[in-house]
Design a protein around this ligand. Structure first.
Ligand code: ZN
Length: 367
């Protein structure tokens, strides 16, 4: 058998546990493979393969997928000698939002086996009918739908959501996915209906409360609807009380406060989100805007200077750095920065707008 013994300390399992806090159900499924190479290597290649669009509609389909990955003619690169080596075992890690842990499908000696990475003892075998296996499949269908909807050609992501909802009739997550896709398609009536249905089963689940709050906030801002806004804030409050300081929730709340002019309250949430590397660009940009609106132009300039160091190609950041420079009293420096930007990107109309605004009226913030 060419796989490392699976323990809770398996490196990929540990990495995925950490990444899941930020990505939630967007954590892409990965697989590792056991190889036996002619060079003498026999073991698990630690480098995983990713399967974002995997959409097994049943337990049998998931098992069949892994079987094809281990078929006799399949070869993968040996981590020792880089030659093509036959695959004799595999492990598929499916993040289950519902279990808050990976559900793992192993295939060793041509025998599939499901395992739970939560549970007690950890990594216990699961029957194929176990509710965790069903939930992991449903979560995977929702992930695949999110991946497919972004691809041109319009794969049938809605049918995956419907299958997921049938697997998990009591969960808010399939309904929230349904609402999100309806919003993307411009169908607000359907989105609102799905959000109403999701609200019936979101209580007590931080990811569901967060998604519900974020989607309601999007609709509230689109229509300047105060009642929707309050409902959004209630759900986000519940998400934060279930999972305090969650960076993703903090970013949603911070952005909502900036959009509604509540700049002072936004700062604390944005600082929490900014501590997470993947969210720092968005969080710091909003923090800079909030500081500027609060009349703290010098601090805002510091934020955009630091952002410009980390993202020297980001035109939004560079324009805002120039703008806050002007607001903190250095109009000449700001003008020079915008001229430089305009010379480097003559096609960029936004930079021209900033230049005009700078000359006209320094108090007219462009956003
Ligand atoms: Zn080799």
């Amino acid at each position: 058998m060419a796989l490392q013994t699976l323990t809770a300390q398996h490196p990929l399992l540990m990495n995925r546990r950490m990444a899941a806090r930020l990505r939630g159900n967007d954590l892409v499924s990965q697989a590792t493979f056991g190889l036996t190479c002619s060079c003498g290597f026999a073991g698990e290649d630690p480098l995983p393969a990713a399967f974002p669009d995997l959409a097994p509609l049943s337990v049998a389909e998931a098992e069949a997928f892994l079987a094809t990955q281990c078929a006799p003619d399949v070869r993968r690169r040996c981590p020792d000698c880089a030659k093509a080596a036959p695959v004799d075992a595999a492990r598929l890690f499916l993040w289950s939002q519902h279990a808050g842990a990976d559900v793992i499908l192993e295939r060793v000696n041509e025998v599939p086996c499901w395992r739970s990475a939560s549970g007690n003892p950890p990594l216990e075998p699961l029957s194929r009918e176990h509710k965790s296996v069903k939930a992991a499949l449903a979560d995977q269908l929702l992930r695949a739908a999110g991946f497919l909807v972004a691809l041109p050609g319009g794969a049938d992501h809605m049918s995956l959501v419907t299958t997921a909802a049938a697997l998990l009739p009591d969960s808010a997550l399939p309904r929230l996915a349904h609402a999100r896709f309806a919003l993307v398609a411009g169908d607000e009536a359907t989105a609102l209906e799905s959000l109403r249905a999701a609200a019936g089963s979101a209580d007590g689940s931080a990811p569901a409360c967060r998604q519900l709050g974020a989607l309601l906030a999007e609709l509230a801002l689109r229509h300047q609807d105060g009642e929707l806004l309050n409902r959004a804030l209630d759900w986000l409050d519940q998400a934060l009380s279930l999972d305090p300081g969650h960076p993703g929730t903090s970013l949603v709340v911070g952005r909502l406060f900036v959009s509604t002019g509540n700049y002072a309250d936004a700062l604390e949430h944005l600082a929490l989100a900014s501590a997470e590397k993947e969210l720092a660009l968005d969080a710091d940009h909003l923090r800079g805007v909030a500081l500027l609106q609060l009349g703290r132009a010098d601090e805002s300039l510091q934020v955009f200077e630091s952002l410009a160091e980390r993202h020297p190609e980001d035109l939004d950041v560079l324009r805002m750095r120039a703008w806050t420079r002007a607001k903190s009293g250095d109009k000449t420096g700001a003008r020079a920065e915008l001229e430089q930007l305009a010379a480097a990107h003559p096609e960029d109309e936004e930079t021209q707008t900033f230049r005009a605004l700078l000359e006209e009226d320094e108090d007219a913030a462009p956003r």
